[in-house]
Design a protein around this ligand. Structure first.
Ligand SMILES: C[S@@+](CC[C@H](N)C(=O)[O-])C[C@H]1O[C@@H](n2cnc3c(N)ncnc32)[C@H](O)[C@@H]1O
Length: 244
């Protein structure tokens, strides 16, 4: 959210106030946005009324009453027309990868451009690297004060002819219980050149790619800066901004 705030201000010379979160799920981004400033408003769009309801009860409920009033959760399709004119549309966590062919993804991008304010920005993320094309399982131990569990990311299948991939997230808990396939994704593994070209075809102006640097230990430093060239890493995550 710091990144969105900062880069909108840098590119447009004014603060963003209205943010639309596409594929918002439990609306974490909307709530963080609305809580940051009393003029900030957020609209979350998701097809699934159940996840929005979960967000209402568990995420929205943590905001002050005034901030909660500045969040609208909308059951809808992200490709539908939007009467608002958001400063920012954010499509994060790669959810737009569920659009599996060029025509459908371009149509979504065009709709976002249409919806945006005159100087609006579209922010999205992408991941890749040569490991992204492999059928692999990665485990990560997650621990905080209350909980510890294993998070497993499984790239279960990849079809090089269509670019279609299936991924799952599994959880294993300290008490021995498991949640297998807690989440499953049927995606197209889009590459950055394809995404950038489709944004241009949808009518966006400048498209900027933001890449992380390295810290002293050789780990990604979490600081995303505009880049034109990057290393051919096994796995990377980046952000993009597309200017209306
Ligand atoms: C992986 S979740 C992402 C949730 C959230 N962005 C996050 O990172 O926690 C994908 C969400 O997209 C929603 N979805 C799928 N297709 C959609 C569409 N065409 N329009 C709106 N929402 C859609 C699903 O209901 C699901 O909640």
């Amino acid at each position: 959210m710091d990144f969105l705030e900062r880069h909108f201000q840098l590119l447009r010379g004014r603060p963003a106030r209205l943010l639309r979160e596409d594929f918002c799920g439990t609306a974490a981004v909307c709530c963080e946005w609305a809580g940051r400033h009393r003029q900030n408003r957020a609209v979350g769009v998701d097809l699934d009324p159940d996840v929005l309801e979960w967000g209402r009860r568990n995420t929205l409920s943590r905001l002050s009453r005034a901030a909660a009033k500045r969040v609208e959760l909308r059951v809808g399709n992200v490709v539908d027309a939007d009467p608002d004119r958001p400063d920012i549309v954010a499509a994060m966590n790669f959810s737009y990868w569920l659009f599996q062919d060029r025509a459908t993804l371009r149509q979504y991008f065009s709709g976002v451009r249409e919806a945006l304010a005159e100087d609006g920005l579209f922010f999205l993320d992408a991941y890749g690297g040569y490991d992204a094309f492999r059928e692999i399982v990665e485990e990560r131990e997650i621990a905080d004060d209350e909980d510890s569990f294993t998070y497993t990311w499984e790239q279960a299948s990849y079809n090089p002819i269509t670019g279609a991939m299936t991924c799952h997230i599994h959880f294993a808990f300290a008490d021995g219980s498991r949640l297998d396939r807690a989440f499953s994704y049927d995606w197209r593994l889009w590459t950055l050149p394809e995404i950038r070209e489709l944004l241009a075809e949808a009518g966006f102006g400048r498209v900027t790619c933001y890449w992380q640097g390295w810290d002293a230990n050789g780990e990604a430093d979490g600081i995303f800066e505009p880049a034109e060239q990057a290393d051919a890493d096994a796995g990377w995550i980046c952000y993009l901004s597309a200017e209306k």
